[in-house]
Design a protein around this ligand. Sequence first.
Ligand SMILES: [Zn+2]
Length: 217
Amino acid sequence: MIPIKRLPPPDVLVRNEERWRAAFLEQRAKDPQKQRPSSRRYAHPDIVSALEAMSHHKCFYCEQSTKQARPEVDHYIDVAEDPARAFTWTNLYLSCWECNHHKHRTIPATDCLDPCAPDAQPSAHLMFDDELIRAREGSAQGLATIKKYRLDRRDLDHKRLKQLQLFNKVLGRIKDDMIAEGRRHMNENEKDLLWSFRSPDFPFSLMFGVVLEQLQL
Ligand SMILES: [Zn+2]
């Protein structure tokens, strides 16, 4: 998870939000079985594209790329908790299938880190031991976030490990060049290459913030 700056709502939502909300709430009042709004509306392709633009095609929660798998639109505050926010732009988040479907619904989102909060600082709450995510000491929000979205699940550990291996390969190559050229320090290009792993458009960039900090780069 990294901080995400929310962009303006897409036109399709500006035009239809009120109507979609009213229709959903009316339907829900008539038929209590109608618990869910239509994903054809809240996950309209223009809404997905606007969310993808905000997160560089990454899941807002786990930071895995959503380019290969079709991303889903998640209600940050569950529809069951607040049906009136089913089409509210600030309540729509981009999620990978796994974070959305494995999410622990009994843990309130308000106990967790919100990547879109103006003062969001996930790095103050989350850290990593290699590919394994941990809450920073004393961070209840960090712990709740890992638990709610199951950020410590095995498929993510595996994907983070793969990305770490790629980083270590690049680092190994740089060290080989330094030895071959008798250099004690990395040049700026080499540092930039390593720093690119923590740029927001790279998967798991929060983890690489920790890695680079440990390498004191
Ligand atoms: Zn995810």
